[in-house]
Design a binder for this molecule. Sequence first.
Ligand code: PGA
Length: 259
Amino acid sequence: MRVMIVKDYDEMSREAAKIMAKQMKTKPNSVLGLATGGTPVGTYRELIRMDLDFSGLTTFNLDEYYGLGPDHRQSYHHFMFDNLFNHVNMNPERVHIPDGRAKDVKAFCEKYEDEIKRAGGIDLQLLGIGRDGHIAFNEPGSSLTARTQLVALAEETIEDNARFFDRKDDVPSFAISMGCGTIMEARKLLLLANGEGKADAVAALIEGPITSQITASVLQMHPDATVIIDEAAASKLKRRGYYKHTDRLFRDLEEKGGR
Ligand code: PGA
């Protein structure tokens, strides 16, 4: 796992956008896995500013609230168009976001998995992390091999996401979410985290044991995972100096074109 510790949210967003832009330029028909929440907003802003070509891309989002239609202001459909797709030349026919209104959820989830496979698999998956260590909506105790499925949200997640809704009671209790098994099949993973509130989860993800109690810890088993965190989110890591040292070495090497 490559750990990059940066100064703040803006630097995190710029570094993440750089990695995504490189993927898009190297393979203009990339399949990107996208995330929602407060964390990736700056990255999307940066991608828009870079004026990149999105026309050949296919995208799959991690999750959607169960019960919310695409026009609902708090749906992840709405979020994605509002924060990214409406501002770039993305072909909406190649945008995939779980259908929160699916009648037969099990059949829908199987279809979603199938669509990812038919698209050739995800080249680069962007991820955030919840305070409880979740990736997508894989809450503590979720199987580390799970596929896309209907999941129940943890109390902590409902509290955290209440800031996007008028009232806490409006936050849906369920979501359709890619599973950790789905996420782990992406060729590259890029997880972002900022702020002190994420410091415990980040320490558990990077330095804790691999456990379904912190589903993000499954990244330790991925051959190509990068984690970009700001100083506040890194504040509880024991080996901070080591990560900074190795990151500096890799950056030097990259500057010399060695990687
Ligand atoms: P946030 O959510 O980006 O809004 O902090 C992250 C997550 O729950 O994965």
